[in-house]
Write a protein that binds this ligand. Structure first.
Ligand SMILES: [Ca+2]
Ligand SMILES: [Ca+2]
Ligand SMILES: [Ca+2]
Length: 263
């Protein structure tokens, strides 16, 4: 593909897999006759849509964050088993707890999410050990718990699904500390169902939710933002399905099941 571009900053919109590293090659030739020596530069773009876990400096390597009893946050930027950088970030009061570490602004760099005892949710956008942005998100009362920090609408920004003590699930789609979309997902009995995992199980670039009930049934919600776009179920390590559940979920296709070791 050949494009003639004016000087400036450009953004690529890549469809398909969101968990690969991309490389862009820039070639330049004289405009007049498109001949002569080619100037070429290969620039790794890093992973898109799925930032490496807890990477605070955007080098594609996960980092470690510590909190001591005095409230000091300390960061190690890692290179294998070596500490390549880092240092103290700041102090937080004992009235704050960390909700999660995720990239809410789609920069490929992890940020931090906090909540204080008054329910205020606060986001930090990080650049290495420096807090470079963020702010208050909203106040959430103690009847709501954050389930996970994943990207449910595939825009590269981690989102926030909450569940209250009655079982209602409500999701915020985030852009930094701004809630740019939201909606009710559904309701599940929290005494019967726990969140088993969250991840993109159908490869559409949008994280899904995997739940398990007290009988061992595993149930998957394929997500599109706060909408459930698909459902399925299976029983961990077993090929057969529970007969008692067939009537209730007969309108939905069961998950493809695979026999597991020991089953
Ligand atoms: Ca890193
Ligand atoms: Ca998102
Ligand atoms: Ca998905």
């Amino acid at each position: 593909m050949l494009r003639t571009l004016a000087a400036g900053t450009y953004f690529l919109d890549l469809n398909g897999s969101y968990d690969s590293a991309y490389t862009m090659t820039v070639s330049a030739k004289p405009v007049a006759d498109n001949a002569g020596a080619t100037l070429a530069q290969a620039t790794p773009l890093g992973s898109l849509g799925a930032a490496p876990y807890h990477d605070f400096n955007g080098d594609g390597v996960s980092d470690l964050t510590w909190l001591n009893t005095s409230g000091l946050i300390y960061q190690w930027q890692m290179a294998g088993t070596s500490i390549a950088g880092g240092g103290g970030v700041t102090f937080v009061g004992s009235d704050w707890k960390m909700l999660g570490i995720a990239d809410f602004s789609g920069t490929g760099v992890a940020g931090m999410l906090w909540q204080n005892t008054s329910g205020l949710v606060y986001e930090w956008q990080m650049d290495g050990g420096a807090i470079v942005g963020g702010g208050g998100v909203a106040t959430v009362d103690s009847s709501w718990k954050l389930l996970t920090t994943r990207d449910f609408n595939g825009d590269g920004n981690s989102d926030l699904p909450w569940q209250n003590t009655s079982g209602l699930l409500y999701e915020w789609q985030m852009n930094g500390n701004q809630i740019v979309g939201s909606g009710s997902v559904g309701s599940v009995d929290p005494s019967q169902w726990k969140l088993l995992s969250a991840g993109d199980f159908n490869g559409d670039g949008k994280s899904d939710l995997l739940r398990q009930n007290t009988s061992g049934l595993i149930y998957e919600w394929q997500m599109n933002g706060s909408q459930i776009s698909g459902r399925g179920r299976g029983r961990h390590g077993r090929l057969e399905l529970e007969a008692s559940w067939l009537g209730e979920v007969s309108a939905w296709a069961p998950l493809p099941l695979r026999r597991q070791a020991g089953a």
